[in-house]
Design a protein around this ligand. Structure first.
Ligand code: SAM
Length: 211
């Protein structure tokens, strides 16, 4: 793992102690709306799919919610931060599996999962790592499956938009900002079929990809 990624991993190990509280504060009542929107999409019209992988799962909000709805599914959460995965494991009431590793090298065979999700994380990965991670998601999803990526939308409110750009700048800037603004291009370079929708609040966008 590069030095940059090691630093980021340590950052999340520390952040993990207050991550859920921070997200609650930041999102207020909209948190469930956003997460549920992704889980609804992974639910494929109310049907429980058998195998789901959540890449960059953090403290497990998406994968654990999915598992509550579909207790019989094989649910795997994947992240490179030991701290984030420890918090996820503490909340794990079922048999969700958590695996530690880099999104750019998924330790799963090709065509393993029916759905691969990734929420609010891809924008943090730098150029080539992000494209490699997307290629990896494509590799491990089944030919008839979906890769569902949820990302921040650029906020409309000027003050919130300013704070958003400050955060982007703190993340290594241009690259992350271009990705968030870049719409579907980074996805279209990898997947032949890509579509876009938004959560009810409009704060997050969902990119659905098929291989
Ligand atoms: C902003 S958090 C999002 C967590 C979660 N998906 C959510 O929606 O709450 C970003 C997560 O991506 C993980 N992450 C960042 N870069 C990664 C990489 N290269 N490989 C694996 N995980 C990574 C971090 O450890 C962190 O848990």
């Amino acid at each position: 793992m590069t030095q940059l990624r090691t630093g980021r991993r340590r950052y999340y190990d520390i952040f993990s102690h207050c991550y859920d509280a921070f997200i609650r504060l930041h999102s207020r009542q909209n948190e469930d709306d956003t997460r549920d929107f992704l889980v609804d999409a992974a639910h494929l019209g109310g049907k429980c799919i058998p195998r789901i992988l959540d890449v960059c799962c953090g403290t497990g909000s998406v994968i654990l919610t999915f598992k509550e709805r579909c207790p019989d599914a094989l649910a795997v959460g994947y992240d490179f931060s030991h701290g984030m995965l420890s918090r996820a494991q503490e909340k794990n009431r079922g048999d969700t599996v958590f695996v530690e590793g880099d999104a750019a090298a998924l330790p799963f065979a090709e065509d393993t999962f029916d759905v691969v999700t990734c929420s609010h994380a891809l924008y943090e990965l730098k150029g080539e790592t992000r494209q490699t991670a997307l290629r990896e998601m494509k590799r491990v999803v089944r030919p008839d499956g979906y890769v569902l990526v949820m990302e921040h939308e650029v906020p409309r409110h000027p003050v919130v938009r300013f704070l958003f750009h400050v955060r982007m700048a703190s993340m290594g800037a241009k690259d992350a900002r271009e990705f968030v603004r870049g719409g579907l291009d980074p996805f279209r370079r990898i997947f032949p079929s890509v579509s876009l929708s938004h959560s009810r609040t409009g704060k997050s966008k969902l990119v659905s990809c098929r291989k």
